[in-house]
Design a binder for this molecule. Sequence first.
Ligand code: ADP
Ligand code: TYD
Length: 208
Amino acid sequence: MSGKGLFISFEGIDGSGKSTQARLLAEALERAGHAVVLTREPGGSDGAEEIRALVLQGDPDRWSAETELLLFTAARRDHLERVIAPALTAGKVVICDRFADSTRMYQGLSRGDLRDKVDALHRLMIGIEPDLTLLIDMDPAAGLARAKARATAEERFEDFGLSLQQDMRAGFLRLAEEFAARFVVIDGDRAAEEVAADVLSMVEARLP
Ligand code: ADP
Ligand code: TYD
């Protein structure tokens, strides 16, 4: 599905260390001579970054759950067309901080039971899954404390509190079982360098 390149996503609750690990992995692979595209969702292309501002800033109840799902999917479609697909076709390693599994969790679970609609839209409009998904798993209270320590203008789902984070952690672990062929669960509750070493060994095993 993903052409000649390797498509890697990072998933996990807010504050679990996805962005940190995505960056460390990109640096390690670049040092090893790979062509790497480091990107993120929502966002990653100009249009998708505009949609990111619409979904993550302002009143959290600004959009219904269904509208929000459409906006995240629209952002992903633009990101896929303009950034991810061309990079994979060119044989690059694409490292994406969150992808469709986040929609399965946040729109599919947290704001009502929309999982069927999430999957239907994904099939219709996106159609690819990562080759490898690294789930950075950790205690939700610790993740939330880390996430809260960052001050940003974005209204994130972390603002919904600890019980949502607990549901999200359990949901991500269920997704890892559902898509066992591409998921690897990594203990994120360790020093960043230790986590990064595990991540790199998982990725190296899948590189051509
Ligand atoms: P995410 O992208 O999953 O929300 P980040 O990578 O942005 O997580 O990390 C959240 C915060 O925790 C940041 O301030 C980051 O510097 C810090 N952090 C990341 N990894 C670790 C780690 N292994 N141990 C302690 N703090 C970390
Ligand atoms: P992100 O910037 O990755 O947040 P963090 O670094 O705190 O993990 O993502 C922003 C928020 O967007 C996050 O709370 C999860 C949410 N999100 C969705 O609800 N659906 C999606 O499809 C994606 C990609 C993210």
